[in-house]
Write a protein that binds this ligand. Structure first.
Ligand code: ADP
Length: 190
């Protein structure tokens, strides 16, 4: 299985690029943010709990997201590969993920890290908030909180994957097509 972690701060363009990559390489797109928003839309207990954190720009508990990932892996065992978007987001999630993947005889093949400047992130997220109606994209203070949490809890994952020689940094500034071409070039080598 070609399992890739698409990584980067909120607003880096992970969702957009994941859609292009799944088409190009015949992979499955698995976004924990999308999964959580479906739970909220369906009004499940998990959704109700998750929403409290998401609305403030905080992370949902590691246990919740790892359970979601396990059930998706169970349901997609014959997938050619999966692009993980927005997961893992903490070192604890990455460690648990490595353990879980062993059960599926799989591993993370590479981490693609989209590198984008902070000012550009805030601009993109506020713009997205106008169209998407996502509550966590509407307010500058919530956006800033998400970026802060990214810097504190999520960005250490670059070191985690670098230690496994799996980190691939990709310039995330420029047009969607330019960034896609850079990602494709990396994936083709994996
Ligand atoms: P973005 O990358 O733009 O912040 P996501 O859709 O990936 O958007 O995430 C939205 C929110 O969902 C996050 O702010 C967080 O509250 C929650 N979330 C998504 N994935 C995870 C995860 N792996 N661990 C904890 N919380 C998560």
């Amino acid at each position: 299985m070609l399992n890739l972690v698409l990584f980067g701060p909120p607003g880096a363009g992970k969702g957009t690029q994941a859609e292009l990559l799944i088409e190009r390489f015949g992979l499955l797109h698995l976004s924990t943010g999308d999964l959580l928003r479906s739970e909220i839309a369906a009004g499940t207990e998990l959704g109700v709990q998750a929403k409290k954190f998401m609305d403030k720009g905080e992370l949902v508990s590691d246990d919740i997201v790892i359970e979601m990932i396990k059930s998706k892996l169970d349901a997609n065992q014959d997938a050619k590969g999966i692009i993980f978007d927005g997961f893992p987001r903490t070192v604890a999630q990455a460690e648990a993920f490595d353990v879980v993947l062993v059960d599926y005889n799989a591993e993370v093949k590479g981490m693609l890290s989209l590198e984008v400047e902070k000012d550009e992130l805030v601009k993109r997220l506020l713009n997205r908030g106008k169209d998407s109606g996502r509550a966590d994209d509407q307010e500058q203070s919530i956006i800033e909180n998400r970026i802060k949490i990214y810097n504190e809890k999520t960005s250490p994952l670059k070191k985690y994957y670098n230690n496994q020689s799996k980190l691939h940094k990709v310039e995330g500034m420029g047009s969607v097509e330019e960034i896609a071409a850079r990602l494709v070039a990396v994936v083709e080598k994996l």
